[in-house]
Ligand binder design. Structure first.
Ligand code: MG
Length: 157
């Protein structure tokens, strides 16, 4: 078995919706980035690649490559899943934290879990997802940034 960790941060700017976990969430801010800026999926990709020691999302999808502009991050998750499959590994489970002052994640949690599970070819019960505010402190608390973390467990196919 192999474990991996992923972490990502994106800047928030006025105007929604917020793309998170492959789902468009109604919100008054959106994340800014070269791709679709899905902070949660980026953390998932890095956790998968890290567990298999296959580098990171920046190597696989360089932000200097125009092909990656506005890219759907679900494609990145599919690519990471296929990369670990190519070396004989599969996802057992993942566990994620989204750090955001707003919006509250609870109303969207099931949809996001199902969406990510579909991308990884696992059951929603194998996708943990928690939301945390920052108690109003720092860039997350001031709604200037959104942060995501993910750990994953892989085993041999
Ligand atoms: Mg990112």
């Amino acid at each position: 078995m192999r474990i991996g960790i992923g972490h990502d941060t994106h800047r928030l700017e006025p105007g929604g919706p917020l793309r998170l976990g492959g789902v468009e969430i109604p919100h008054d801010r959106h994340a800014v980035g070269h791709s679709d800026a899905d902070v949660l999926l980026h953390a998932v990709v890095d956790a998968l690649l890290g567990a298999a020691a296959l580098g990171d999302i920046g190597q696989m999808f360089p932000d200097t490559d125009p092909a990656n502009r506005d890219r759907d991050s679900a494609e990145m998750v599919h690519a990471a899943r296929d990369a670990i499959a190519a070396v004989g590994l599969r996802v057992v489970n993942i566990d994620c934290i989204v750090h955001a002052q707003r919006p509250r994640l609870l109303a969207h949690r099931q949809m996001i879990r199902t969406r990510i599970a579909d991308m990884l070819h696992i059951e929603p019960e194998c996708v943990g997802l928690k939301g945390k505010t920052a108690e109003g402190l720092g860039p997350v608390g001031q709604q200037e940034a959104i942060v995501a973390q993910c750990v994953c467990l892989l085993d041999e196919r």
